[in-house]
Design a protein around this ligand. Structure first.
Ligand code: MGD
Ligand code: MGD
Ligand code: SF4
Ligand code: MO
Length: 905
């Protein structure tokens, strides 16, 4: 069966054609007809089938650690919520949701908490993600509305990417932009990011600014436009207010190119080039993401960008506008239903005139006491503070992992541990948050769930349920509705299908909205029957009587959603990061994503292919800082920050600025015990949006000097307890296709490995090679002639590529004994004559760095040539930027080498 659905990862929202046999997914490919991707998929999307499967899933509800049936679980949730409210007031209960829920799940949860439990404390992980963009759109346009769409990136003359690593985090959009640039050489791309990312591969200009200096940069740009006569006076006059105040604020700082360049720490010529390009083009899209949003002044930064667009009349046209790109598959859907604590429902805030009354009547909560809350609830960070103070005593978490993703996360964990009632709806058994759950509710997952999501360009698409959930896992909307039933709200939650929920949601958007004041209006989708809902083709909101086919672009007539119809320019006074550097913590910490992992790794780390690109937690450091701190590439090191530490492998990188380090946000407790990056960050937030400052921590860095390092490769399902996690100073778990790799390091200078293997590993050590002087060792163990483990003590730099070993473990799992010719190769860990191919660059075809470098040295000096020889970069294209940098590095090395040689001569 082939079914069209939508990818569950990033906010690009690619259409996917999934093939299944009724039991499992047999393949995925890009949907050629979907307007987000036209058939393309990135590596995460194309690996979807590998991350599914029933193993590692939650399949039974649990109450206080005991498996129970659904009726018991649901009744217990209802009873305990009721009891908490009875004893401590209605606001003692809270919910924490996620942009990975479907719109239908989200709508029902929002309705239950705000409407029927009467608590305003319902927030979402979008607070950590898009809250600043939301707040700024509302300030500027009067509504949380993204004006642009993906085509605008292709139609622009200039695309400015600010605080976005598009190549890794929105890869299909990046590919679209890249192709557009190939078709139209006049399209220019500027990248503004303190780090040289793979996105820079298509940049005509790169500004490696000082972290946090974006508002100063865009304020400077506004002043430059005014100075050079590049303001669109007519547009400003007709459609906006606030230009004078915005300019006055910008001019409070010295607006000479030199002064701005000095504050942003970039070359004045480059800055001026950017200003000139921006000021002189009309069709400019500025696409921004977490480098802007995740800041204690994120809202101002977004508005500083929007100011420049309004001042130049650069929006509401094809190829123009300030474009906040969303991260999660349904970050937008959550905003639409009102899932943020300061929202009520359907783009209405508590203070929107008449909103509380309107929603009360629509939900018919007027017959209830308590009825709707009368004002906003706590935003994520405050919410956890309120739990810490004992004001909130029951928390229901759905589809997010706050024990990893919140700042000052070790404190958050202490708070969760002390919270009297934690309910968790989750699909994976390895989510850290489950450690804190009193009640665990197993949820269905992608490919099982049925509903809608909205992508970054306001496009609503269907995610379709193809397979039955494993065990007793149930859909989130069903779980919430069942609890609502048991709380006595049966009539308002009598849903039998997500289509009914969608219909109610669509009706609310049009309810008393005849004037169209509320921009988010999908009343045109009211009344779809089951077949029409199932067949729904993707469509961009608003969808209503005026725009029955949807709306590609907003504000084309210059009318905004403010009371007077004018957009607002905002006076922005730049502020630096709140977390200051000190002698004890002298380095600026930047955190973010890697290409092949998704967030806290509960799903993507199940695919060995995706695990290959970056297998261990790491710390990226500038070469000079590494030298100063006596750090070698690939060595283990320790970061120490506001509320904890982090261990990872050093990657010395010219991509970093001096004095700054970068760590991935991904590693959870299942994959490493000591790489909890959220502990490094203090919980500073933007005062308007409440979004945490996840990009600007302060840390110290020092080498970790373990007495030993070891790599253990173990048969899957081996009968042993991984106690080595507790006894190692550092560990990382890396699943391979047929076995498990454990990377370990310990404090004690020497260990008797034979004793250790006998005590900890299943099977007899049968092969052993040890170099006592250097402490290096290789060994392997067998059970009845079948390979059971493989051990290497020494630096992992000496590790062979593990696919050969993986195959041997596959044979062992199939019950085969190791043939003697292969047994001889076992300590080497690879086939005779097979060179180690190095870390994986191309995940689709599993091509390693060393193989690529060799091919470049042999004369393959283009991506195409490499593709022809090794197949790298020929499938999803996500590794093309990395291939290009390798080509560049190798070419540069060759040139320097030649120069040195000729000097020597
Ligand atoms: N592979 C992958 N893709 C994803 C995700 C994932 O987990 N994995 N998550 C999805 C989600 S939810 C989101 S929100 C998006 C996020 O997508 P992005 O925002 O692109 O992701 P990040 O890597 O967090 O940060 C982007 C960049 O901001 C830069 N930055 C840091 N500080 C500053 C600064 O002060 N100024 C500027 N201009 N830049 C700065 C960082 O160096 C980084 O390169 O990705 C989505 N896509
Ligand atoms: N330092 C730092 N911190 C950050 C960021 C950063 O850049 N730096 N980025 C922030 C951003 S932008 C984001 S979006 C967050 C993301 O952070 P989280 O939301 O905490 O991360 P996920 O791993 O996506 O968590 C989603 C959980 O929901 C589960 N799940 C998936 N689908 C479903 C479903 O359908 N139903 C249910 N019930 N469960 C499901 C998954 O297994 C997983 O455990 O992290 C934020 N934190
Ligand atoms: S770009 Fe995003 S939506 Fe598209 S396939 Fe990749 S992860 Fe999925
Ligand atoms: Mo996000």
């Amino acid at each position: 069966m082939r079914v069209s659905t939508t990818c569950p990862y990033c906010g690009v929202g690619c259409g996917v054609i999934a093939t299944h046999d009724g039991q499992m997914l047999t393949g995925v490919e890009g949907d050629r007809d979907h307007p987000a991707n036209f058939g393309r998929l990135c590596v995460k999307g194309s690996a979807l089938a590998e991350t599914l499967g029933h193993h590692g899933r939650l399949t039974r509800p649990r109450v206080d650690g005991v498996e129970v049936d659904w009726d018991t679980a649901l009744s217990t949730v209802a009873e305990r919520l009721r009891a908490t409210q009875a004893a401590h007031g209605r606001e003692s209960v809270a919910g924490y949701l996620s942009g990975q829920l479907l719109t239908e799940d989200y709508y029902v949860a929002n309705k239950l908490f705000k409407g029927f439990l009467g608590t305003p404390h319902l927030d979402t992980n979008s607070r950590l993600c898009m809250a600043s963009a939301v707040a700024s759109y509302k300030r500027a346009f009067g509504a949380d509305a993204v004006p642009c769409n993906y085509e605008d990136l292709e139609e622009a003359e200039l695309v400015v990417l600010v605080g976005s690593n598009l190549a890794w985090n929105h890869p299909v959009l990046y590919q679209r932009l890249r192709s557009a640039k190939q078709r139209n050489p006049l399209l220019r791309v500027v990248v503004i990011d303190p780090r040289v990312t793979d996105t820079c591969e298509i940049a005509d200009l790169y500004l490696g600014i000082r972290p946090g200096s974006d508002a100063r940069l865009f304020n400077g740009l506004l002043a430059f436009m005014a100075e050079r006569g590049r303001l669109d006076r007519v547009y400003l006059e007709r459609h906006t207010q606030g230009i004078d105040d915005a300019l006055t604020a910008a001019r409070e700082d010295d607006c000479s190119i030199e002064a701005i360049a000095a504050d942003c720490d970039v070359a004045p010529e480059r800055l001026e080039t950017f200003f000139y390009w921006f000021a002189s083009q009309l069709h400019v899209v500025t696409l921004y993401s977490q480098g802007i949003n995740q800041s204690s002044s994120g809202t101002d930064k977004c508005n500083a960008i929007t100011n420049c667009h309004l001042a130049g009349g650069k929006l509401g046209l094809p190829g123009a506008g300030p474009f906040s790109i969303t991260g999660q598959p349904n970050a937008m859907g959550g905003r639409e239903v009102g899932g943020l604590a300061n929202q009520l429902a359907a783009h209405m805030d508590y203070h929107t005139p008449g909103a509380i009354d309107r929603v009360t009547r629509f939900w018919t909560t007027d017959t209830l006491t308590p009825s709707l809350p009368d004002g906003p609830g706590h935003k994520a960070v405050e919410l956890f503070d309120a739990i810490g103070r004992g004001e909130i005593r029951a928390l229901w978490i759905m589809a997010t992992n706050p024990g990893v993703s919140l700042p000052d996360v070790n404190r958050v964990r202490r708070i969760l541990a002390a919270c009297p009632l934690v309910i968790v709806s989750e699909c994976m058994a390895n989510a850290d948050i489950l450690q804190y759950a009193d009640i665990v509710l197993p949820a269905s997952s992608w490919s099982e769930k049925d509903g809608t999501v909205t992508n970054s360009e306001r496009r609503i698409s269907r995610q379709r349920g193809l397979l039955a959930p494993p065990g007793e896992a149930r859909h989130d909307w069903w779980i919430i509705s069942q609890v609502a039933n048991r709380l006595g709200f049966a009539e308002a939650f009598a849903y039998t299908h997500p289509g009914e929920i969608f219909d109610e949601h669509a009706r609310l958007t049009g309810f008393e909205n005849e004037s169209g004041n509320r921009l988010f209006d999908i009343s045109g989708l009211v009344g779809l029957d089951r077949a029409a809902y199932d067949a729904l083709k993707s469509i961009q909101w608003p969808v209503n009587a005026l725009a029955p086919k949807g709306t590609a672009r907003l504000f084309t007539d210059g009318r905004f959603a403010t009371p007077d119809g004018r957009a607002r320019l905002i006076a922005v006074r730049p502020r630096g990061p709140q977390q200051s550097l000190s002698a004890a913590r002298p380095l600026r910490l930047n955190t973010g994503r890697v290409r092949d992992q998704w967030h806290t790794m509960t799903r993507t780390a199940r695919s060995p292919r995706l695990m290959n690109h970056r297998s261990e937690p790491f710390i990226e450091v500038h070469p000079q800082d590494a030298d100063d701190l006596h750090l070698q590439d690939q060595q283990l090191a320790r970061l120490e920050g506001a509320g904890g530490d982090y261990l990872g492998r050093v990657r010395v990188s010219n991509a970093m600025r001096r004095g700054e380090v970068f760590v991935p946000m991904h590693w959870n407790d299942s994959f490493s015990g000591r790489a909890r990056m959220g502990g490094l960050l203090a919980a500073h937030v933007d005062p308007l949006s409440g979004q945490p400052e996840s990009k600007h921590g302060a840390v110290s860095l020092a080498p970790l000097m373990p007495g030993w390092e070891a790599t253990l490769v173990l048969a899957d399902g081996a009968d042993c307890e991984p106690d080595w996690r507790d006894e190692s100073a550092y560990w990382a778990y890396i699943p391979l296709a047929h076995c498990q790799r454990w990377q370990l390091a310990g404090g004690d200078a020497h260990r008797d490995w034979l004793d250790w293997a006998n005590a900890n590993l299943p099977g007899e050590p049968a092969l052993w090679a040890e170099d006592v002087a250097s402490g290096r060792l290789r060994a392997a163990g067998f059970i009845k002639g079948r390979l059971s483990w493989w051990l290497m003590v020494g630096s992992p730099a000496e590790l062979p590529a593990l696919h050969w070993l993986d195959e041997r473990f596959a044979e062992a799992a199939a019950g085969e004994a190791l043939p003697s010719d292969l047994r001889r190769r076992l300590l080497a860990g690879c086939a005779a004559g097979e060179a180690d191919s190095g870390p994986t660059v191309c995940s689709c075809h599993q091509v390693g760095q060393k193989a690529i470098i060799e091919a470049i040295r042999a004369g393959d000096s283009s991506v195409e040539a490499l593709g022809a020889r090794l197949a790298c970069g020929t499938q999803c294209g996500s590794c093309i930027p990395e291939l290009k940098s390798l080509i560049e590095e190798e070419t540069a090395r060759a040139v320097t080498g030649e120069a040195l040689e000729s000097e020597a001569v």
